[in-house]
Structure formats: C-alpha cells, structure tokens
Design a protein around this ligand. Structure first.
Ligand SMILES: Nc1nc2c(ncn2[C@@H]2O[C@H](COP(=O)(O)OP(=O)(O)OP(=O)(O)O)[C@@H](O)[C@H]2O)c(=O)[nH]1
Ligand SMILES: [Mg+2]
Length: 468
C-alpha cells in the first residue's frame, strides 16, 4: 500500500493516440471533474444537473469562450472511488480529428484542469490503492506487448497471479520468522523440531524465489526476440538466407568469400514468436584485420545466441575445428543447414541425405535448403521454432516477473534469506536472524509496492504515455 499522497487537482489529457481516427478520448480526473464536464458538455435528452455515474451520455461540446458548439460527442462520468484513478473522472469521446480534439482539451484546461504528466492517471490509481505497483507495471507491459506470450504473462501479473506467488513466499518467510521468535522466547522446548523445519521452509522459499528470478530471462526473450544466428564458412550463402527469410534485400550477396564483415540484425515473427535473425561474417582463419574483427563479432553473437543455424555448402560437407568448437557449447540449439541443394541432381541429393545422417553427430537433424529457390525454408523455420519451444519448456509456467526492478528485489530477498540460513546454521544470535528475515520480507513487499520511494515511481510512470 502506498503511503504517499497528492493534491487532488484535476488533471486532463488526450488518451487516444495522436493522429486522425474514428473517435478521440479525452480524460480528466480530480475533484473538479464534474463541474468542468457540466460546463463543456450539453447532453441532448438528459437533465445534466443530476449527472449519473457510469452512464453514457450523448450531446454537444460547448466552447464557453465563443459561446458556440464545437463538436458532437459522447461522455461518461465515473464517481470516485469506483473509477480507474479512484477520484471523480470523466471521459469525453469527440470525433477523432486532430484539431477538434486539441481544441476541446484546451477548453478543459481553461476551465481549470491541468495537463497530466505521463502515466499520472495510473500513478493516482496506485496512490489511491486501487492497484499495486506490480499491476501498474503489468498495464505498461500489456500496452507494450509484442507477442502472445508476453501478453499472457503481463495479464497474469495484472490479474493478481504474480502477487499471489509472491505472497506464498512471504508466508514462508513469516513462518521462518515465527520459528525464530519462538526460539527466542522458549529456547529449550522448541529447538529440536524447529531446527529441521527451518531449513526445509527456507529451502522451499529459496526455490520459489529462484524460479521467479529465472522467469525474467524468459520474459525478456519473448519481449525482445530470440536471437537466431546464421553462421558457417565464408560464401556458403548465409546472407542469401537472411535475405530470403526476411523477404528483404538487406545483406550484400556476392560470389567472393568474406563479403559480410559486420553482423546484420533483422526482426521477424515465426509463428507468434519474435525473432532477431542475425547474419554474420563467415568463419575462417584470416590475417586481414577488418575481416578478423568481423569474425570476432560473429563469435560474440554465437555466444549469446538462442539458436544457431550452422550453414554448409552442399559441395563441402567436411567437418572442421571451428564447427567442433561451436558444437561443444551449442549442441542443443545448433541446427545444421545444408545450402545450395539446387546445384545437385535429385539422385545425388538423396544419396547425400542418406550418408549425412551417419556422418554427423548433431542433436538436431540437418535441413536441406536452397536460398536460391526457397526449397526447405518452411522446414528450416519449423526447426528454429522447435528449438525455441524446447528452450521455453524449461520455464515452468506463464506466471513470472516482467521488470528489472522486480528482479533486483527478488535477488536482494534471496541473498538475505541465504545469509539468514548461514547464520542459523552457525548458531549466530537469533535476534540478528530475525532482523534479516524482516528485511527479506520488506524486499518482497517492495515488489508489490510497500514502502516505495518517489524516485522509483517517477522512473516507472514516466514510461507511460500521457493520458494513461
Ligand atoms: N546456386 C546457389 N547459389 C547460392 C545459394 N545461396 C547463395 N548462393 C550464392 O553463393 C554466393 C555467396 O552467397 P552469400 O549469401 O553472399 O554467402 P555468405 O555466406 O553470406 O558469404 P560471406 O558473407 O562472404 O561469408 C553468392 O554468389 C550467392 O549467389 C543457393 O542456394 N544456390
Ligand atoms: Mg554474407
């Protein structure tokens, strides 16, 4: 719960995106909302002196300066505390023009409202205890969601599933704290049973916190895209593959080996999954400085890749030292791609397909493609998708954290808990352990929005748009 307060002046903003549309949304919140609404909006058939909450009115927008009507609109008044912000609010829906919307906003400002800051409506909702900090973060993640999975995770944050998980951990902490306090009060009587229980409960809580910390990486992957790195020897057709995958003529293709120097990154979706596909400089021993730097960057990309497409030219399927080294670290996520199959006759290709299965020891089956004709591309995309799904299945469920703020607080709580465990084992004073446990609980509460500083709030709400 928030301990901060604010002055209830009336804020106002355009909540629809800039530009022309079917309708615009102008929103106001604060004590003076109802008076301002009565001055700017004249309903067609209703007595507006007894304006009802949550009812949709239609009417005209009145400009007190020119004493004329400037638009036709719908509006709704929502009485606090049942509104989004918790204060009296109204929303006005004029036609979706740029000029009329701005003009109506200016009338409202002249009637005494002030322009809202970014995210100020949601900030007021938080300060009025309508939503927790985690829920405010969830709203932002929903607005920014770029894939089904990020949307599902953000919704689980909004519907309280994440808070419930955090509260379960908090209950474990409270149990630990109660045990320690029982030991302080009745040292002899309770020690035996509590001793064993303490480590069991602390272990359970650590696992739960660890799972939540791990969930962040999965969310980030889904948000920013899984990186799929195309690598292999020079001239095997890596850039041609990138170009066909993205449908753009993005990378330079040429018959001279060593064409691509710096890596090239493009974004696309594979069955709902956001992907960053990265074309890199071909790997070979070289003394040429520029190419050498490019190859260094290729290795950097391979290191952090979520999936590696290792490309061969069908006319050179020899295994080599470079491939062996990559395989050592990336076996599970490496997909061998055999390119340029258009250069072979069908019977020769079939023969190679049979033999290659014996020759190579890959975790994933080789895929035969032609960047020239597009042959095998669907199969290759499916293979990449499968690798990503395999990675994802290591993550247990769709309830997880979504911000670095949440992650940092969980890490803090986990460190405190492990310190408390060590102290308990070493037989250090129970009073010290009790203080640690309380700190651990505080870190968890801060995630939901316990005692949170103005600076943290400013940082969060400034990411929202004006009018949210
Ligand atoms: N026949 C045929 N030629 C291809 C195919 N894919 C690429 N090529 C040709 O192979 C040559 C090299 O292609 P690139 O896409 O530049 O190869 P790269 O792996 O990016 O090369 P570097 O950037 O130098 O490492 C070009 O002449 C392409 O036209 C294919 O599927 N079939
Ligand atoms: Mg290239």
């Amino acid at each position: 719960m928030s301990s901060l307060t604010y002055e209830i002046d009336t804020i106002c903003a355009i909540s629809s995106p800039p530009g022309e549309g079917a309708i615009s949304i102008i929103r106001a919140s604060g004590e003076d909302s109802i008076n301002i609404l009565k001055k700017i909006f004249k309903p067609y058939n209703d007595n507006f002196y007894e304006i009802k909450s949550r009812r949709l009115y239609t009417g005209r927008v009145f400009d007190f300066q020119t004493e004329s009507y400037v638009d036709e609109a719908a509006c709704i008044f929502i009485k606090g505390p049942g509104s989004y912000t918790g204060d009296d609010m109204f929303e006005l829906y004029p036609h979706g023009g740029i000029f009329n919307t701005k003009y109506i906003l200016e009338i409202i400002l002249k009637l005494g409202a002030r322009l809202a800051y970014n995210g100020e409506f949601t900030k007021r909702a938080y300060l009025n205890n309508k939503i927790s900090l985690v829920k405010a973060e969830a709203i932002l993640e929903i607005i920014k969601a770029n894939s089904l999975r990020t949307l599902v995770i953000a919704n689980n944050e909004l519907n309280g599933a994440l808070e419930k998980k955090i509260n379960t951990i908090k209950e474990d902490y409270v149990y630990l704290l109660a045990s320690v306090e029982a030991l302080i009060d009745f040292p002899e009587e309770t020690f035996e049973t509590i001793n064993e229980d303490f480590f069991k409960k602390a272990g359970e809580a650590s696992l739960l916190i660890g799972d939540l910390i791990d969930s962040y990486q999965n969310y980030e992957l889904n948000k920013h895209g899984f990186s799929v790195v195309i690598t292999g020897a020079p001239n095997v057709g890596k850039s041609s593959i990138l170009n066909r995958m993205t449908g753009k003529n993005r990378a330079i293709v040429s018959e001279s080996p060593g064409t691509t120097r710096d890596y090239i990154e493009e974004n696309l979706f594979l069955s709902n999954k956001p992907i960053k596909i990265i074309d890199t400089a071909g790997l070979r021993e070289t003394a040429e400085t520029l190419e050498h730097e490019g190859i260094k960057r290729s290795y950097g990309q391979i290191k952090t890749a979520d999936s590696v497409l290792y490309v061969f030219d069908i006319n050179d399927l020899s295994e080599n030292e470079i491939l062996r080294n990559i395989l050592e670290e990336k076996r599970e996520i490496l997909i061998p791609i055999i390119n340029k199959v258009d250069l072979l006759k069908d019977e020769d290709l079939n023969q190679i397909k049979k033999n290659i299965m014996k020759a190579f020891k890959f975790a994933n089956s080789p895929i035969f493609i032609s960047a020239k004709t597009g042959y095998g591309f669907d199969e290759m995309k499916k293979a990449v998708h499968d690798v990503i799904l395999k990675m994802e299945s290591m993550v247990k469920d769709d309830i997880g954290i979504t911000t670095i703020r949440q992650k940092n607080l969980l890490v803090k709580s986990l460190n405190i808990l492990s310190k408390a465990k060590d102290k308990f084992m070493e037989g250090q004073p129970l009073e010290l352990i009790s203080i640690d446990l309380k700190d651990g609980i505080n870190a968890l509460e801060e995630i939901i929005g316990g005692v949170t500083g103005e600076d943290v709030l400013d940082l969060l709400f400034k990411e929202f748009c004006i009018g949210k």
